[in-house]
Design a protein around this ligand. Structure first.
Ligand SMILES: Cc1cc2nc3c(=O)[nH]c(=O)nc-3n(C[C@H](O)[C@H](O)[C@H](O)COP(=O)(O)OP(=O)(O)OC[C@H]3O[C@@H](n4cnc5c(N)ncnc54)[C@H](O)[C@@H]3O)c2cc1C
Length: 431
């Protein structure tokens, strides 16, 4: 054993793999190889505080840094930035050790390999997408560019009413930019949240001045050099001098495919973040993983694989990946997935996965600005959207972690706290 562990991708998942290797007392060399030039940083602020504060320009993640400045040196993690890993060769067909080659021609030997290559923004694939001021949001430089562009622009068109698109729209309105959101589905957050959550958030955004067009696809961007309009499939044009395309992300699987790992829409991994190749693990947005468990049950459709794009998933999977590299199990077992999004002054927190639900229950009154939506499959709780309601979010997270049910008939009544219902459910359940 001499090469140590190589982690490709220095984002949330990659940094956590490296950190966890040290937490699990691995003493061999750890190399963290990233293709971006900035020290590893948090991405969520790119669609939130970065746009409002205009902080975190390229090369200066400062407040966005994932770990304090001295962290990598103190933990003896060799951080190599700005040099993509282009290829990997293993020592033999079943071997976990080998060498990676970088764009700068460096050779990095390893005994175990972790891929944490993340995802990149999906392109619309329409003419004019490369005009100036048609922006996407993934990297620190994208955030800085968009923050500057919002201050110089008058009319923004956001394509996609998902979390990122809506967060950008909220920031743009705070900065006084005229904002129009175009969404191909007939409502916002169609794949992600039930109508009460989505409709409430859209109402809030409308109140702050955002305009929405649903059921319309952008077919072309027009302009001469810089964008001047977004043409819709009904032939109409939205005049704009800035566009943000927020239509999802595509996992970065090129390297994994070149290595010969099983890939679908993501690198296929098991619950312990192991890929199809022994000694190679993968974590974060690049992976396609079994649906997380609640108790012993699948949270998603039974037996399906899911791609989860969230800080929590990247972190939890990375811990499992580091443990697997060392032939151990992650301490504490599987965690319930959770996610948050800041929608103007509304905080949305999501616990579990709502995909595959056959029923949802609205708890509380959306007009009060504080409510939650609990999702069920076959009468079992699988997820919750909590809007400005951290108590319900926490109670559902706990319930899912314990595999406890909060029956749909009991959760309507807001005078009963979900924490109390959970206590009763746990007392009644056979231990
Ligand atoms: C604008 C925005 C807002 C978000 N908001 C939220 C939020 O509010 N809440 C939430 O939970 N999640 C949010 N997310 C999602 C969250 O940031 C991601 O789920 C998380 O960053 C995933 O981490 P990752 O390490 O898997 O991927 P990434 O953070 O993308 O890191 C992967 C890294 O690998 C690098 N890489 C790829 N290939 C190579 C290679 N061959 N060689 C070297 N390096 C390589 C990439 O350049 C990148 O630096 C947001 C994401 C974005 C973009």
């Amino acid at each position: 054993m001499s090469g140590g562990m190589l982690v490709v991708g220095a984002g949330t998942a990659g940094v956590q793999v490296a950190a966890s290797l040290r937490e699990y007392r691995y003493t061999g060399p750890v190399t963290l190889a990233g293709d971006e030039h900035e020290a590893p940083y948090h991405r969520p602020p790119l669609s939130k505080s970065v746009l409002l504060d205009h902080a975190g320009g390229p090369g200066a993640p400062g407040p966005l840094a994932l770990r304090p400045e001295g962290f990598y040196q103190e933990n003896d993690i060799e951080l190599r930035l700005g040099d993509p890993v282009l290829g990997v060769e293993f020592d033999g067909p079943g071997s976990s050790s080998g060498r990676a080659v970088t764009a700068a021609g460096q050779t990095l030997a390893f005994d175990g390999l972790a891929l944490a290559t993340g995802a990149e923004p999906r392109r619309l694939g329409v003419p004019g997408e490369d005009l100036a001021n048609v922006l996407r949001l993934r990297r620190a430089g994208d955030g800085a560019r968009l923050a500057a562009a919002l201050r110089a622009s008058r009319r923004l068109c956001v394509v996609g009413a998902g979390f990122i698109g809506l967060e950008v729209a909220a920031a743009a309105r705070r900065l006084g930019v005229d904002t129009q959101v175009v969404e191909v589905a007939d409502r916002a957050l169609a794949r992600l949240c039930a109508p009460p959550t989505a409709e409430h958030l859209v109402r809030r955004h409308r109140r702050s001045g955002v305009r929405f067009t649903f059921g319309a696809a952008v077919t072309e961007f027009t302009g001469d050099g810089a964008v001047r309009g977004a043409v819709l499939d009904d032939g109409s044009t939205i005049d704009c001098d800035l566009v943000v395309v927020g239509v999802g992300a595509v996992p970065r699987t090129d390297l994994a495919r070149a290595i010969g790992l099983d890939c679908g829409p993501g690198i296929v991994v098991d619950r312990r973040a192991r890929t199809s190749r022994p000694g190679t693990v993968a974590a974060g947005d690049c992976t396609l993983r079994p649906a997380p468990l609640t108790g012993s049950r699948d949270l998603g459709e039974p037996g399906t694989r899911v791609r989860i794009e969230s800080v929590h998933n990247a972190t939890a999977q990375a811990k499992a990946a580091a443990a697997s590299l060392l032939g151990a199990e992650v301490p504490g077992g599987e965690e319930v997935p959770w996610f948050w999004s800041d929608q103007g002054d509304a905080k949305l927190q999501i616990a579990g996965l709502s995909a595959g639900h056959d029923q949802y229950v609205l708890r509380g009154e959306p007009d009060s600005g504080r409510f939650s939506v609990l999702y069920y499959r076959d009468g079992r709780l699988i997820a919750c959207d909590a809007v400005n309601n951290p108590r319900d979010f926490t109670a559902v997270r706990r319930a899912l972690a314990r595999g406890a049910n909060l029956p749909p008939s009991a959760v309507h009544d807001v005078s009963a706290g979900l924490g109390d219902l959970l206590r009763v459910a746990v007392e009644r359940s056979p231990s």
